[in-house]
Design a protein around this ligand. Sequence first.
Ligand SMILES: [Zn+2]
Ligand SMILES: [Zn+2]
Length: 148
Amino acid sequence: MICPRDANELRTEADHGITIDRCRACHGAWYDYDELAELEATVADEEQRLGTVEYAKHESVLPCPACSQTMHAFNYRAYNLELDACAEGHGFWLDAGESERVREIMKERVSGLRRAGSAQQAWARAKGRSGGGVIDQIKGLFGGRPRT
Ligand SMILES: [Zn+2]
Ligand SMILES: [Zn+2]
């Protein structure tokens, strides 16, 4: 396979245990269709990986390294990260550094899901306490004296 950006030969390489095809010139890499999910799986479990991956699909200029058809670009999980994919489902093209961005985004997502979970627990605890609280104390301090 050759690089869709500069037509250099792609070489097989391991990325976090995944066998990918990387260009030595531009350091972009080709991930087979399942390998993007495998990349996400290095930081997130199956449940955390649910949801739409390809947002705002639009035309790309890059040819698929497998079938040479023009790929489409999309916003990865609605983040400001544009990846390219083959419409025939051959795989994904990630430019230099984009595989690390994918992992960072997944890490953010995992910690976001954890925060949401613990916020819900905190809220449930707060609701569980009996009423009153700060607002009533303030009302108590300033209340009672009618204005003229
Ligand atoms: Zn290249
Ligand atoms: Zn293809």
